[in-house]
Design a protein around this ligand. Structure first.
Ligand SMILES: *[C@@H]1O[C@H](CO)[C@@H](O)[C@H](O)[C@H]1NC(C)=O
Ligand SMILES: [Ca+2]
Length: 361
């Protein structure tokens, strides 16, 4: 793997500093900086965080889903409440979604355009709550957070379309695959797709996942958060679900190539089993990091999402047994090669002996 994909020293340092979610803010430095959008937070060294209001959502949810100029669109059964946005209620067969856009309205003749997110390095903090009446393993299906090319496309993947193009992060609350002894649900996993892969719901997305972790998030009386950070092609997913205000590692994948200009969204679905899936806030931060000239060259824009050195289970499956012919050919050529090597060896040995004899005369 290329050295540039390895997390560098500053990254490790920065991560350590970030592990306390509400790290100290250097107000003075803040004031000394030039103007920009939204409030700024200075975290560590050369890294700055800017809240991007146009890609964020928080209370009060004025105009969400109703105003034509809203930054967020609702879909399906999603409902705006005063304290949260309910993607699905705790009822069977519901689905809902919430999608970001940046609207530029104005000017007669009116033009409305929706603009996606063009940030290169970012961090999305998701404040969510999953709760319901269902007892052990009788609740579902979970929610997903998206950074995708398409928006507002209902479908089977936690309420969003299958064969999506982009990144999906799933908080899967129900184990569909029966023999999941070693995996405890709810389970967070991530998937990057260029539009060719299907999410295998029956197997909880296992064949295509980049990584994952158990996250006991249902029916908690404190706030639960998830953070998706994408910096220098490094995807990190952490969670704060223990009520300790600390980020805990979940997924870390280097070499993730995500195009710019995709949309953020979140969606959820219920089937026979259900839960309330609520989103309280979505906060997108722009991260400004310094890149060396080599990194600038390496991190050029891409047009399709991909992951370097991704090994899907299908590819890592044991090789099929060799056919009789293949085995014969391998043995045959091995023998030919061995004989050849022995002959060459003997010739060289004889030459060497001749020469050493010559030296004695
Ligand atoms: C899309 O992804 C699949 C699976 O990772 C891969 O086999 C295929 O080559 C990719 N297609 C393109 C055009 O990159
Ligand atoms: Ca599942």
């Amino acid at each position: 793997m290329a050295a540039a994909l390895e997390p560098s020293g500053w990254w490790q340092l920065w991560r350590r500093r970030l592990s306390a979610r509400d790290g100290s803010r250097m107000l003075l430095l803040l004031l000394l900086l030039g103007s920009g959008q939204g409030p700024r937070q200075v975290r560590a060294g050369q890294t700055f965080e800017y809240l991007k209001r146009e890609h964020s959502l928080s209370k009060p949810y004025q105009g969400v889903g109703t105003s034509s100029s809203s930054l967020w669109n609702l879909m399906g059964n999603a409902m705006v409440m005063t304290q949260y946005i309910r993607l699905t209620p705790d009822m069977q067969s519901k689905q809902g979604a919430l999608w970001n856009r940046v609207v530029r309205i104005f000017l007669p003749p009116v033009w409305l355009t929706q603009k996606p997110c063009f940030l290169r390095d970012w961090e999305l903090q998701v404040h969510f709550k999953i709760h319901g009446q269902g007892k052990k393993n009788l609740h579902g299906d979970g929610l997903a957070i998206w950074y995708t090319k398409d928006r507002m496309q209902p479908g089977p993947v936690f309420g969003n379309m299958d064969k999506f193009v982009g990144l999906g992060v799933f908080v899967d609350t129900y184990p569909n695959e029966e023999k999941q002894q070693e995996r405890v649900f709810p389970y967070i996993s991530a998937m990057v797709n260029n539009g060719s892969l299907s999410y295998d719901h029956e197997r909880d997305g296992r064949p295509t996942e980049l990584g994952g972790c158990t996250a006991i998030v249902r029916n908690l009386h404190y706030d639960t958060f998830l953070v998706i950070r994408y910096v220098k092609r490094h995807l990190t997913i952490m969670m704060d679900i223990d009520g300790k205000h600390e980020w805990r590692d979940c997924i870390e994948v280097p070499g993730v190539r995500l195009p710019r200009g995709y949309y953020f969204g979140t969606s959820s679905i219920t089937g026979d089993l259900s839960d309330n899936h609520d989103v309280i806030s979505l906060k997108l931060f722009e991260l400004t990091v310094e890149r060396t000239p080599e990194e600038e060259k390496l991190h050029r824009d891409v047009f399709l999402p991909s992951v370097d050195n991704m090994k899907l289970p299908e590819m890592t499956a044991p090789l099929p047994p060799l056919s009789g012919l293949a085995l014969f050919l391998i043995v045959f050529f091995s023998l030919v090669f061995s004989v050849f090597a022995i002959v060459i060896g003997l010739i060289l040995y004889n030459k060497w002996q001749d020469q050493s004899r010559k030296r004695f005369y």
